[in-house]
Design a protein around this ligand. Structure first.
Ligand SMILES: *[C@@H]1O[C@H](CO)[C@@H](O)[C@H](O)[C@H]1NC(C)=O
Ligand SMILES: *[C@@H]1O[C@H](CO)[C@@H](O)[C@H](O)[C@H]1NC(C)=O
Ligand SMILES: *[C@@H]1O[C@H](CO)[C@@H](O)[C@H](O)[C@H]1NC(C)=O
Ligand SMILES: *[C@@H]1O[C@H](CO)[C@@H](O)[C@H](O)[C@H]1NC(C)=O
Ligand SMILES: *[C@@H]1O[C@H](CO)[C@@H](O)[C@H](O)[C@H]1NC(C)=O
Ligand SMILES: *[C@@H]1O[C@H](CO)[C@@H](O)[C@H](O)[C@H]1NC(C)=O
Ligand SMILES: *[C@@H]1O[C@H](CO)[C@@H](O)[C@H](O)[C@H]1NC(C)=O
Length: 588
C-alpha cells in the first residue's frame, strides 16, 4: 500500500512534462503534440519525413523513423532533455513500418517490410549491436508491418500483411516460441497496440476497398470483438490510452478517437484534421501506473519505472557516404538525387535493368540504357518474343537450332519449313495436258528470281515479262481453298463494277436536263407582284421539272427568318421575292 502511494507520488512528480500532452503524431518533418485537442508544442524541425513512432513512458522518450535522413533511420527523442539522438544506421533499401520498445530489456524492435524481417538493438550501455540492427526473425512469405511489445509477459506481437495469408503473430524477445495467434477474418492489419492493463490487443484492419475495422482480442488472439466497422477510413496507425483508442486515418487525413468501452459501432470522434501534411504515426501518453495497476505480471515493469536503469539512447552513426542516393549523388541543399546512368527512383535505388529483360541477361550501355542478351529461342528488345511462338503450322514441333533459328518437325501429311504445305498435292484438272513433271515451281521460281536479280544488277529492261509468264504458267500454285475464293470475289467485283457503271450513266443522263431560266420584271415597290408578272425580272435556275410559270422556285416562306416588324404575310412574301431578286446567286 505504501509502495503504491510512494509510487504514485513519484510518478506525479517525475513526469510533470508528460502530462502536458495526450497524443503525439508524426507528420512530415514534425512531431506534433496535442493536449486537450490543441497543438501544444512542435518539435523536430530538423527532420524531413517522419514515419513510425513509439513511446516509452519509463524513459520518457519517443522513438521514431526519419525516412529521408542521410545517416540514420531510427532516432530517439528524450522528452525531458528535448534531445534527439540517432540509434540505427540507414539500410540501403529499407522500409521501417513499425517500432516498439521494451523498457525491461531495453530492447528496441522494428519491422522492415522490404527486408521482410524484424530487427532489434539493445539500448543497454555496453551492449554489442550491429549498427544496422540485429536480425531477430527473417521471413520468407510473411511481410511484417506493425509491431507492439507486451513488456509484462515478454512478447512481441506483429502483423503480417501478406494479403494471401494475413496473420497476427507473436514471439519471445529472443525470437523463440513464434506462433500465429490470429489468422481468420483479417485483411491487412496496418497497426497493432497492446493494452497491458486490460490485457488486450487492439488493431486496425484496412479492408479491401473503402472498408476498415477496429478490433480487439485478448493477448492470445481469442475473444475477438469488432469495435467498429466502417467505410472511407484508411487507418495507418493505432494507439491506446487509458480510456480511448486513437488512430491516424489517411482517408480523411484525420485522427479519430473512440472510447474503449463504447458500444459496438459507436460513432468515432474526429479529433484533428490535417490539411497539408499527412499524419503517419501516433502514440498516446500513458502512465505506467495505469498500465500496471492490479496486474501481477507487470510487477517488473512497475519496479523498473521507479528505479530505471541506465540506457544509452544515442549511438555513433557514421556519416553517410552517399547512402541516401544509392547510385547517384545528392543535389546540394535539396532532397533529391541525381542518379548515375542506369538507375532511377527517388533514391536511385532501382536499376533500369530490374525486370527489364524477360528471357535474357541485362547489361547497361555506356549511356545507361538497358540492353538484353537473350537466351536461346528468344528475341526482341526485352527478349519477350519466343521465336517458336506460332512459327510451326499444322501442329509441327518447334525447336531452336543454332543461330537462334526455329526449326519445325512436321507431323502427318505436312511438310515445309513451317509445315505449311500439304504433302498430297491436289490433281490439277485445269491443265491436264501438262504433265506434272514438267512443272517444277521451285525450279522456275528460282530461275526467274535469279534472272531478275541479274537484270537489276545489269539495269537491263528487256524480257522481264517472259520470266513472269514462265512462272505463272506453273499450275502447281493452285490452292484448292484460296483460289476459288479469289475467283468468286473477282467475278463479284467485276459485276459490281458493271452495275456501278450503268448506274453512273443513268445519273449523268438525269443530270443533263435543260437549264431553265426565266426572267420576270418586277417594278419594285410599285406594283403588286401577282398582278403584273411580265414586269417582274427574276432569274430562276435549276428548277427541276416544275412548271415554272405556275410555281417559281422561291425560297419557301418558312425558311426566311420572320422579323417582328414584318408580321404581315403578304408583305413578307414581297420582301422575299425582292431579296431573291437582289441576290440571285444565293444557293437554295
Ligand atoms: C480542455 O478544454 C476545455 C475547453 O476546450 C476546458 O473546459 C477544459 O478545462 C480543458 N481541460 C484541461 C485539462 O485543460
Ligand atoms: C505471400 O504468401 C504466399 C504464400 O502464402 C507467397 O507465395 C507469396 O510469395 C507471398 N507474397 C509475398 C509478396 O511475399
Ligand atoms: C535500482 O536498481 C538497481 C539495479 O538495477 C539496484 O542496484 C538498486 O538498488 C535499485 N535501487 C532502488 C532504490 O531500488
Ligand atoms: C550526418 O552525419 C554527419 C556527421 O556525423 C553530420 O554532420 C550530418 O549533419 C548528419 N546528417 C544529418 C541529416 O543528420
Ligand atoms: C525441282 O527442281 C529442283 C531444283 O531446281 C529439284 O531439286 C527438284 O527435284 C525438282 N522437282 C521435280 C518434281 O522435278
Ligand atoms: C550482267 O549479266 C551477265 C549475265 O547475263 C553477267 O555475267 C554479268 O556479270 C552481269 N553484269 C553485272 C555488272 O552484274
Ligand atoms: C507454258 O510452258 C510451256 C513449256 O513449259 C510452254 O510451251 C507454253 O507456251 C507455256 N504457256 C504459256 C501460256 O506461257
Amino acid at each position: 500500500m505504501w509502495n503504491t502511494q510512494c509510487f504514485l507520488l513519484y510518478v506525479t512528480l517525475s513526469i510533470g512534462f508528460v502530462y502536458s500532452w495526450d497524443i503525439a503524431i508524426t507528420t512530415g518533418d514534425q512531431i506534433e503534440f496535442y493536449g486537450n485537442q490543441t497543438k501544444t508544442s512542435n518539435d523536430g524541425a530538423r527532420f524531413r519525413d517522419l514515419t513510425a513512432l513509439a513511446y516509452d513512458a519509463v524513459y520518457n522518450m519517443l522513438l521514431f523513423v526519419d525516412r529521408q535522413n542521410d545517416n540514420a533511420s531510427i532516432f530517439s527523442y528524450n522528452l525531458a532533455t528535448k534531445k534527439y539522438h540517432p540509434l540505427v544506421r540507414r539500410r540501403s533499401y529499407e522500409n521501417i513500418q513499425g517500432l516498439a520498445f521494451d523498457p525491461i530489456t531495453s530492447k528496441l524492435f522494428w519491422t522492415d517490410t522490404n527486408e521482410k524481417s524484424i530487427f532489434w538493438i539493445s539500448l543497454k550501455p555496453g551492449s554489442k549491436n550491429d549498427i544496422y540492427g540485429n536480425l531477430l526473425i527473417k521471413m520468407d512469405d510473411e511481410i511484417p508491418r506493425a509491431i507492439a511489445v507486451d513488456s509484462c509477459r515478454g512478447y512481441i506481437y506483429w502483423t503480417n500483411t501478406n494479403i494471401t495469408k494475413p496473420t497476427i503473430e507473436r514471439a519471445r524477445f529472443d525470437g523463440t516460441e513464434r506462433t500465429v495467434i490470429v489468422n481468420t477474418d483479417i485483411y491487412m492489419l496496418v497497426s497493432i497496440a497492446v493494452d497491458q492493463n486490460t490485457k488486450k490487443l487492439y488493431w486496425a484492419d484496412d479492408r479491401e476497398g473503402i472498408h476498415y475495422s477496429i478490433e480487439s482480442s485478448d493477448l492470445d488472439g481469442n475473444d475477438r470483438k469488432k469495435l467498429l466497422v466502417g467505410t472511407y477510413h484508411m487507418p495507418n496507425s493505432i494507439t491506446v490510452s487509458k480510456d480511448s483508442i486513437y488512430w491516424v486515418d489517411w482517408g480523411y487525413k484525420s485522427v479519430w478517437k473512440l472510447p474503449k468501452n463504447s458500444p459496438p459501432n459507436a460513432e468515432p470522434e474526429e479529433l484533428i484534421t490535417f490539411s497539408n501534411e499527412v499524419p503517419f504515426g501516433i502514440v498516446a501518453n500513458y502512465q505506467i501506473a495505469d498500465q500496471t495497476a492490479g496486474v501481477p505480471e507487470c510487477r517488473d515493469l512497475s519496479r523498473m519505472s521507479q528505479n530505471r536503469s541506465m540506457i544509452s539512447d544515442s549511438f555513433n552513426i557514421p556519416r553517410d557516404l552517399g547512402l541516401f542516393c544509392l547510385h547517384g549523388t545528392k543535389t546540394d541543399g535539396k532532397l533529391a538525387c541525381k542518379c548515375s546512368p542506369g538507375y532511377i527512383g527517388e533514391r536511385c535505388e532501382i536499376s533500369v535493368c530490374h525486370n527489364f529483360c524477360l528471357h535474357g541477361d541485362c547489361n547497361l550501355t555506356p549511356t545507361g540504357q538497358p540492353e538484353c542478351k537473350c537466351k536461346a529461342g528468344f528475341t526482341g528488345a526485352r527478349c519477350e518474343i519466343n521465336v517458336c511462338d506460332g512459327y510451326c503450322l499444322n501442329n509441327g514441333d518447334c525447336s531452336v537450332g543454332s543461330e537462334q533459328k526455329p526449326t519445325c518437325t512436321c507431323h502427318g501429311e505436312y511438310e515445309g519449313d513451317r509445315c505449311e504445305t500439304h504433302k498430297i498435292k491436289p490433281v490439277v484438272t485445269t491443265t491436264p495436258a501438262l504433265p506434272l513433271e514438267q512443272c517444277n515451281c521451285t525450279k522456275e521460281l528460282t530461275k526467274s528470281s535469279l534472272l531478275i536479280k541479274q537484270k537489276s544488277e545489269n539495269t537491263s529492261t528487256s524480257a522481264d515479262e517472259d520470266i513472269y509468264i514462265d512462272s505463272s504458267n506453273c499450275s502447281d500454285n493452285w490452292d484448292p481453298i484460296r483460289d476459288p475464293i479469289i475467283m468468286v470475289l473477282g467475278t463479284m467485283a467485276g459485276l459490281l463494277f458493271v452495275a456501278c457503271a450503268v448506274f453512273l450513266t443513268k445519273i449523268l443522263q438525269l443530270k443533263r436536263r435543260p437549264r431553265i431560266k426565266k426572267r420576270i420584271i418586277v417594278n419594285k415597290n410599285v406594283t403588286p407582284l401577282t398582278a403584273r408578272p411580265d414586269q417582274c425580272e427574276i432569274t430562276i435556275e435549276n428548277c427541276c421539272n416544275m412548271n415554272i410559270c405556275e410555281t417559281p422556285c422561291f425560297e419557301p416562306r418558312n425558311t426566311i427568318r420572320p422579323t417582328l416588324l414584318d408580321a404581315k404575310p403578304g408583305k413578307e412574301e414581297k420582301r422575299n421575292l425582292i431579296a431573291n431578286m437582289e441576290n440571285p446567286d444565293d444557293p437554295y
